[in-house]
Design a binder for this molecule. Structure first.
Ligand SMILES: [Fe+2]
Length: 413
């Protein structure tokens, strides 16, 4: 996100001597994207940022995937993945990183869900940027750039290779998080930005809505383990390593630049509306390589006297569409069994749209109280172990009202 920010102490001139109180030098680290040709930040450490004392294999959670074959739309009930969510002892034993269960994935992005209450290990994702939507809960993400508070409705954007740790602030309710892990960078759509990177007037949000770290953490310590998710020659291309650092990675006294983690709350997204139905790109919030992120927010709906407020049927010939139903009452999915915490997957090669009863029911509506986060991918999505475990088998047949000759198929509709 190309907006300059400075936190803590930095020398007046980059790449010059910057001494500690004891007379020794700080250690300057440039963290930059695309070689030295894109956004970067300069961080000033008390210790040597490359000093590791051990490196071991981190056995990652199950990231295997299964093709959506035979092809059909899917309804995945994510809350069912964490049946113990009412038991604090169970969710406090889980953390927001290692506890993630893979729901959907392809070669560009992995989507997982977690219900947790414990602090995560120190962690960094060297595969790509992470965009974690906070379904419920608050807390702090401690990062090498400083503390980043988060709350319900935040997207937490963490650039590739940012060392961080999740610290949920929980009492009687767990943190619920929907993690979108890219194999690339995630940023605002280019069409929202000027050629020099400023948000334009037609964009549904702007710089004032983005919140970065304010102060360095200045943590001391030794032999600190950091879980590193990185690229490797295995199926899926993702492997894990535990690196142990001689000094604490959060020993940064200051940094400046245009690369850092930040939050954006979905309530700060200003919906774009019209007399007739507006297409999904007006709901876009971020983009990565071969996928986009959109949000459907509470909004005034189409105000032509003959408008049909729910979407027309549409065939995503180039993409798979994943809706995560976060809040409110999603009008187009009435009669489908979908609820808060559900995902719908509408794959490429299949025309989808409202359940038929939802069309008449929407006529005359002036306002939709709905909140959903959508990921559209330009390559097909496979089902992760969590996706397979959470499936409602009735969903695919809810438009027709009948399907395979199996009474159990309709048990959830
Ligand atoms: Fe759609």
């Amino acid at each position: 996100m190309a907006h300059y920010r400075q936190v803590g102490s930095v020398p007046a001139k980059r790449h010059t001597q910057f001494r500690r109180d004891d007379g020794g030098l700080h250690y300057e680290e440039l963290m930059g994207e695309e070689g030295f040709s894109s956004d970067s930040s300069l961080l000033y450490h008390r210790g040597v940022p490359s000093a590791i004392v051990d490196s071991q294999v981190w056995e990652l959670p199950d990231l295997t995937t299964t093709a959506n074959h035979p092809l059909k739309p899917r309804h995945l009930k994510l809350h069912s993945l964490f049946e113990d969510a009412t038991n604090p002892a169970a969710w406090k034993a889980l953390d927001p990183v290692v506890g993630r269960r893979l729901v959907l994935g392809n070669a560009d992005v992995r989507i997982s869900y977690v219900v947790a209450g414990g602090p995560s290990p120190y962690y960094r994702n060297a595969v790509g940027d992470e965009c974690v939507y906070i379904h419920a809960g608050d807390g702090v993400v401690e990062t090498v750039f400083g503390a980043l508070p988060f709350r319900t409705g935040d997207y937490v954007l963490i650039p590739r290779a940012t060392t961080h740790r999740w610290v949920p602030d929980v009492t009687d309710q767990p943190l619920r998080a929907y993690a979108i892990e890219a194999n690339s960078h995630i940023a605002a759509p280019k069409r929202y930005l000027s050629r020099f990177g400023q948000f334009l007037e037609h964009a549904p949000y702007c710089e004032r809505d983005l919140h970065g770290p304010d102060t360095p953490l200045l943590v001391e310590g030794s032999d600190i383990e950091v879980l590193v998710k990185h690229r490797g020659s295995v199926p899926g291309g993702v492997v894990g390593t535990v690196m142990s650092y001689a000094t604490h990675p959060f020993d940064v006294v200051g940094w400046d630049g245009c690369l850092y983690p930040y939050t954006f709350n979905v309530e700060d997204f200003e919906p774009i509306t019209g007399r007739i139905h507006q297409p999904p790109p007006v709901h876009q919030v971020f983009e990565g390589q071969n996928f986009v992120v959109c949000n459907f927010c509470p909004r005034k709906v189409d105000y032509h006297p003959l408008s049909v407020p729910v979407p027309y049927y549409h065939s995503n010939v180039d993409s798979d569409e994943v809706m995560f139903y976060v809040g409110g009452d999603y009008e187009a999915r009435k009669g489908s069994g979908i609820n808060i915490g559900s995902i719908s997957l509408h794959p490429g090669g299949y025309a989808h749209g409202p359940q038929p009863s939802a069309i008449e029911a929407s006529l005359g509506a002036e306002y939709f109280d709905e909140l959903a986060v959508m990921v559209d991918t330009f390559r097909p999505l496979d089902l992760g172990e969590g996706g397979l475990a959470a499936e409602d088998p009735a969903y695919a047949w809810t438009w027709a009202g009948r399907g395979p000759d199996d009474p159990a198929v309709f048990s959830n509709s």
